[in-house]
Design a protein around this ligand. Structure first.
Ligand SMILES: Cc1cc2nc3c(=O)[nH]c(=O)nc-3n(C[C@H](O)[C@H](O)[C@H](O)COP(=O)(O)O)c2cc1C
Length: 236
């Protein structure tokens, strides 16, 4: 099956070398302890910032959390989640209600993840254990909080998304892996407190970055993409 036909598994179907960083990137949820040198991290962040943005406004701030700050942040996030604490999120992510077509994609992604882990559908404890790892940035050597000034609307999120993908691909080009962590957006106030962001700054997501653990079952997760004709057409 070619890249542009049918329901595509992007990891098997692309032999074109110059697109490798696109086809080989996937969300990585287990990392080696190998540290990422500061200079390399700075280079990746600077490359990500080459992303275009409307009027070149370049929204989005990235905070790498380390040491005691990271430890305390993760501890408190896990605690909040275990207690079922709820905060008002800074922005809506998913459509409410979720249309059936999107729900099916969501379920397929969850099945890919928990299938790779061998966690059964009714294994609540197994699922919770994996979900909790979001709040520990999947133990990646680099943990980022991604935020944005409060007065940006949808355009700001669009611009920031480009930077995020730029970051993922720059990391990929350097042999590193990433996973965006939308789960962090559930606790914006808690995160603002720990990271020293003012009340006017929206917490968008987290990001894990580091060298993938090739042997971790969770990193065998493979997601599919919908067929090209579901989202692209030529008219005229
Ligand atoms: C903005 C954003 C937020 C995400 N949040 C999470 C998250 O909280 N936890 C998680 O395990 N994966 C998260 N992901 C990863 C998605 O599940 C993943 O990108 C999707 O299933 C496609 O798989 P792939 O990245 O391996 O191609 C997020 C991805 C994006 C782009």
């Amino acid at each position: 099956m070619g890249f542009f036909h049918g329901s595509v598994n992007c990891f098997d179907n692309c032999a074109v070398n110059d697109l490798d960083i696109f086809t080989q990137r996937r969300s990585v949820r287990a990392y080696l302890p190998t540290p990422v040198p500061d200079a390399l991290l700075s280079q990746i962040m600077a490359t990500a910032r080459l992303a275009p943005s409307g009027a070149n406004l370049q929204p989005g701030v990235f905070v790498a959390v380390r040491g005691a700050v990271r430890q305390q942040l993760s501890h408190d996030l896990v605690q909040a989640w275990r207690e079922g604490r709820q905060e008002t999120e800074d922005y809506d992510y998913f459509p409410k209600p979720m249309p059936m077509t999107l729900r099916r994609r969501q379920v397929a992604a969850a099945q890919a993840l928990y299938g790779a882990l061998g966690v059964a559908r009714d294994d609540r404890a197994g699922r919770d254990a994996q979900f909790e790892r979001n709040f520990r940035f999947f133990d990646a050597p680099v943990a980022l909080i991604v935020a944005m000034p409060h007065d940006f609307g949808a355009g700001g999120y669009m611009d920031l998304g480009m930077t995020l993908y730029g970051l993922m691909l720059a990391a990929q080009a350097k042999g590193l892996s990433t996973c965006a962590i939308g789960a962090m957006a559930s606790y914006p106030s808690l995160i603002r407190q720990h990271v020293g962001l003012d009340a006017e700054t929206k917490v968008v997501c987290g990001m894990a970055l580091g060298y993938a653990d090739p042997d971790a079952p969770v990193n065998q997760t493979q997601t599919m993409r919908c067929a090209l004709d579901e989202y692209f057409k030529v008219i005229g």
